[in-house]
Design a protein around this ligand. Structure first.
Ligand SMILES: [Zn+2]
Length: 426
């Protein structure tokens, strides 16, 4: 325990103290902490990321909380740079506009607005837009790009100020942050404060069922405090004067959900998607400890088989590199037992080249080093982009390199296609 970290004792959604650990994981360093000094990087503190479930409402969550100023201090993720995100946000803004009346000058507020990528299409439609994001650098970029952005956390004071100075919002969004807030009650109270009587609130979060089915272990790191499912969320919103009226599942990040929410009593009917998704969750026993325990067993089995493969490669004198100094990198290296196996990481972002991965001290090199060095295996840590990375680095494969994909099953990919795992060491 340090001033940076504390273990929360109650459920983030319903405050019940009936919380049980359901998946034990390896502690990991803070995932954005890339450093220049390999020794300092190796000495970086690790924090638990075990998964808990609330017996009262069924919410699945992290209870190891990192102080927000530390967690977001070095945050360098730009939505607009993330592959597929600008297109995703353009589609989302069209869907939102189809659901809600958006007269000229309607106010659209985005909580966790990052570089303003989601607000841009609304500004182009003639809406007034306001972003809120505590990451100073990304907020500065949004302001420079003409998206007015408060570089602070969403608080009750700010919500009141926005309501007073700009009037009620027709749309409030929380697309990057709904899983990221420790005090989610405060966040939805802010939404309630800002939302006009006919307005709609839209949020997106990774969906628990997709995490379980896809063994998306790479999404479990400190920034992701909640692993949402619909049933606990619907009750939570109801307790805060809001009503979940629709759920859409999206493929972005390998499985997320977009919720549509109104103020209670606003009069729109609750759509079939909400009832159907809750029925699916009941059928899959998503609020049962045994379901999450089984997920934990899947994770352990995957880790054991992958670590055994990598250990065999090492014993055979093979070289192993990795691709992508992504946020999920330290998570995957820790959870798959690869910490001491990786010689170097290649990455497309020049600002990360020359630094070392936090906790492991693995050097980050330019992507060109993959074909220069020709390691025998290259583990893809930027898991979301695995197929794209394989496609754009054919030369590495053609010359005998092999990519390793970790989730949902370990795959070894050669130029000719997938290699049977029992043949990998032959
Ligand atoms: Zn709960």
């Amino acid at each position: 325990m340090s001033p940076t970290h504390y273990l929360r004792k109650t459920c983030r959604l319903c405050n019940s103290s009936e919380v049980t650990q359901v998946v034990a994981l390896e502690p990991i360093p803070l995932s954005e902490g890339y450093m220049a000094d390999p020794n300092a990087a190796q000495a970086a503190e690790r924090f638990p990321v075990d998964v808990y479930m609330c017996a009262t409402c069924g919410h699945v969550q992290q209870l190891d909380v990192i102080a927000s100023d530390v967690l977001w201090d070095s945050y360098t993720y730009y939505s607009g740079d993330a592959k597929g995100m600008p297109e995703h946000f353009a589609t989302v803004s069209q869907r939102i506009a189809a659901r809600v009346d958006l007269p000229q000058d309607a106010l659209v507020v985005d909580i966790g607005s990052n570089d303003g990528s989601l607000l841009k299409p609304f500004k182009e439609r003639g809406c007034r837009v306001l972003g809120v994001d505590p990451a100073k650098d990304v907020a500065a970029k949004a302001n420079a790009d003409g998206i007015p952005t408060f570089d602070t956390f969403m608080t009750a004071n700010l919500a009141q100020r926005i309501r007073k100075e700009h009037g009620p919002a027709q749309v409030v969004c929380a697309f990057n942050v709904f899983a990221h807030a420790d005090d989610l009650g405060e966040m939805v109270d802010c939404v309630h404060e800002m939302l006009g009587p006919d307005g709609l609130f839209f949020f997106e979060a990774q969906y628990l069922l997709d995490i379980i089915d896809g063994v998306l272990i790479a999404t479990i790191f400190h920034e992701h405090m909640s692993h949402h499912s619909v049933k606990p969320l619907a009750s939570f919103l109801d307790r805060h004067g809001l009503e979940l009226i629709a759920i859409d599942r999206a493929r972005i990040q390998h499985g997320s959900m977009i919720g549509t929410v109104q103020r209670k009593g606003a009069g729109r009917p609750v759509e079939a998607s909400v009832h159907e998704t809750i029925a699916l969750e009941d059928a899959r026993a998503l609020d049962q400890v045994t379901t999450l325990n089984a997920f934990g067993a899947d994770v352990r089995a995957l880790r054991d088989s992958t670590a055994a493969l990598a250990a065999q490669w090492k014993a055979d004198g093979k070289r192993i590199a990795a691709f992508g100094a992504a946020r999920s990198g330290p998570t995957l290296m820790a959870q798959f037992g690869l910490r001491d196996m990786i010689e170097f990481i290649v990455d497309d972002h020049p600002q990360k080249v020359g630094l070392c991965s936090s906790g492991d001290g693995v050097p980050i090199r330019p992507t060109a080093d993959l074909t220069k060095e020709m390691p025998d295996y290259c583990v893809i840590l930027a898991w979301v982009h695995a197929e794209k990375i394989i496609e754009t680095n054919r030369e590495y494969l053609e010359r005998g390199g092999r990519f390793v994909v970790l989730c949902p099953q370990t795959r070894v990919v050669a130029a000719s296609g997938d290699v049977a795992l029992n043949a990998v060491n032959a």
